[in-house]
Design a protein around this ligand. Structure first.
Ligand code: SF4
Length: 75
């Protein structure tokens, strides 16, 4: 699971903007300005019903600041 969902900076973070873009989702904030430190994205490829899917998840980030379920307030 992407740790950004429980991060205080989800609405201003450029890396989360990048993940949303790759998931082809609507961006929370097109003017994201926050550059996180040492963030690591895990990319998983899998197939389902003969279709290829790609999952993008932030797994490590030194800038992470816990704010449980913060993403809910932006969707
Ligand atoms: S965990 Fe890191 S990359 Fe994800 S929203 Fe927070 S600061 Fe940004």
């Amino acid at each position: 699971m992407c740790i950004c969902l429980n991060c205080k900076y989800i609405n201003v973070c450029k890396q989360y903007f990048f993940i949303e873009k790759n998931h082809k989702e609507k961006n929370i904030n097109i003017n994201a300005f926050f550059n996180p430190t040492y963030s690591i994205i895990n990319i998983t490829y899998f197939t389902k019903s003969n279709k290829l899917f790609i999952e993008w998840d932030m797994i490590e980030c030194l800038s992470f600041k816990e704010k449980p379920a913060n993403w809910i307030s932006y969707y």
